[in-house]
Design a protein around this ligand. Sequence first.
Ligand SMILES: *[C@@H]1O[C@H](CO)[C@@H](O)[C@H](O)[C@H]1NC(C)=O
Length: 367
Amino acid sequence: MRRTTRSLIVNAILFWAVLFLIIYTNHDWGSTTKTFAWSRIHYKASSTALPEPRGSCPGLEDSAKPALVVARVGAEDRSWLDALAASYHLCVYRTDLQDMTSWQLQVPANRGHEAMAYLTFLIDNYDRLPAAGAVFVHGSRWAWHNDAPDYDNAALLTALNVSAALAPFGYHNLRCDWSASTCSPSETPAQGSLETLARSVLEPWNLRLVSDRALPRAIADLFGGGGSDVNPGSARLLLGRSDAIRSQCCAQFVVSRERMWHHARDEYIALRQWLLDEGESAAPPDDRIAGRILSYIWHILFLPQGESSHIDLKQLNSLACPPADECYCRLYGRCDLDGCSSPGHCRGQYVLPPDFRLPDDWAVRHS
Ligand SMILES: *[C@@H]1O[C@H](CO)[C@@H](O)[C@H](O)[C@H]1NC(C)=O
């Protein structure tokens, strides 16, 4: 065969294959409203021995302030938190060290990044959660994902109006800008789509893609507990090819006590065991992937689901991605902003730094 003919044929095949893939992945094969059986964690722990309760936060029961639950590593300076003690009850966990002589603020293992601290707080303080709610954050003051022009979480947490943030739904992500989120359909294909699958195979080093691909299975394991995918009431467990979970990123958020109590303590224990267990239906061994998957679970746990006991994905997605201008106003009092030309961005508020990181000397130059 002549070379040009052969390349013509190859091109034609590629063209039709890509076209088919695009149509297939974008077509909504199902009904208009899709509900998912994601209201309760049903994961069954494989280990029988559960961690000892070493995570209580001292003084919490006497506090009228919201808790500030901080997941920090030893390398992070914690002095910036002192000024926040005026408005928050501090519960600071070290995720990379276990002091086995202490029964306070200890996590059972360094696994799942911030999730281990957040879940341990919920489990070991379940009966004493503050009426004012809780704010869950990472331990570094300066981080690329903090939604301020200079990325300063101290400024954000000082400005944060917790009661206003909780007023509509009892849960709010601390980010308003949509960059790095999965909110925008044009930037994030459905997690279960062939496009995500194909790209995750072609770019195995891209952890965003790899964890997106792992998300549908993980969610089915967590909410289904290894049961079958067929549920009463036609709600599904597994994300379909065209279903996307839209949410803000980066696992810093505020939750009301009512929404935390919406789940039983045993559900938080099961979720933590999913991280601690090893095996088929437990969390992926790569901690970066496991942590990232959990960063997509919080809003599913905490956003309200209306009357239904199942989750309407479309409604969940719209609650998870409020317009940036409303968010800045409600959370941080930055109202009437100019330049909010798209739902996910207001000019001058936040810019995604190159390569998702701040320059090494950022903290020194800005403190
Ligand atoms: C917080 O928001 C509420 C409205 O939900 C408002 O009444 C209150 O004054 C705000 N607090 C501060 C400190 O701005």
